[in-house]
Design a binder for this molecule. Structure first.
Ligand SMILES: C[S@@+](CC[C@H](N)C(=O)[O-])C[C@H]1O[C@@H](n2cnc3c(N)ncnc32)[C@H](O)[C@@H]1O
Length: 252
């Protein structure tokens, strides 16, 4: 049995349900094939067993399964797993779906490749729990297995940071976002205010932001070897123009 833990923001299913249309618009799914081509070039997995940790609606899982990989998609949010299953059915892709918290999922020596995409890492208040997730991933890889993690890096965030932004929502209304950096530039606190038909709904969430070197250091401390950094899944340099932070490491 997984341990009982205090509720955190990501345990609020309504957050994932309400934000789904703009977090996962059709364009995000359309980009996925190109992203997975880039990811596979960076990772060069030796075998076909893939762990998609925090797989959400199965964007990457389904694309990798279509390319002949045996994918296990793990996520805590049943609503998103239901979307993932429907997507896999439509693509005639056979995928194993596991409803689990990333702190609990570990399957020793099972995978050639593990992925964590679209800022699905760094969610926990207790940084030891991020460390534990990295250990779970390392243990779940075969020796020589590769882990690819893709997040918004701290360097990028610092260069584009605005305390308040707004954007129109698909289907009408507005999303107003407020952002605050705290804990000595290690965390970001976000408030998303959805304004639709004259009504507002507010969600608050926070997570750790890693610089390239911090993420590399955490991965090395967890036991990953040959950790390399990139500025996108296409493999660009993690330099001033990097839009994303991608780290690739191996289980020795
Ligand atoms: C931004 S989405 C990314 C989804 C997917 N990786 C992608 O690239 O489309 C973050 C995902 O993390 C999942 N998640 C959040 N906290 C989690 C936890 N503690 N354990 C497992 N999954 C979690 C959410 O349900 C959601 O699917």
């Amino acid at each position: 049995m997984p341990p009982r833990r205090p509720e955190e923001w990501f345990d609020d299913d309504r957050f994932w349900i309400v934000t789904y249309p703009f977090m996962f618009p059709p364009e995000r799914f359309e980009r996925t094939a190109g992203e997975m081509s880039g990811l596979l070039k960076l990772a060069k997995p030796r075998g076909k067993a893939v762990l998609d940790l925090c797989c959400g609606p199965g964007r990457c899982s389904v694309e990798l399964a279509k390319r002949g990989f045996r994918v296990t998609g793990v996520d805590r949010t049943r609503f998103l797993l239901t979307k993932a299953k429907a997507r896999a059915r439509a693509a005639k892709a056979k995928i194993e779906w596991v409803e689990s918290d990333m702190r609990d999922f570990v399957r020793p020596g099972a995978f050639d490749l593990a992925i964590s995409t679209f800022t699905s890492f760094g969610y926990f208040d207790d940084k030891d729990e991020d460390r534990r997730v990295l250990r779970n991933i390392l243990d779940s890889l075969k020796p020589g297995g590769v882990f690819v993690v893709e997040v918004m890096g701290k360097e990028r965030l610092a260069s584009v940071f605005k305390p308040t932004t707004s954007q129109p929502l698909p289907g009408g209304g507005w999303l107003v976002e407020r952002h605050e950096i705290f804990d000595g530039w290690s965390r970001i606190r976000n408030e998303w205010i959805l304004i639709r038909s004259g009504r507002t709904e507010t969600f608050r969430f926070h997570h750790t932001v890693y610089s390239g070197q911090e993420l590399k250091g955490r991965m090395e401390a967890a036991g990953f070897a040959d950790v390399r950094l990139f500025g996108s899944l296409a493999g660009g340099e993690y330099g001033v123009n990097a839009e994303r932070l991608v780290a690739v490491g191996k289980r020795p």
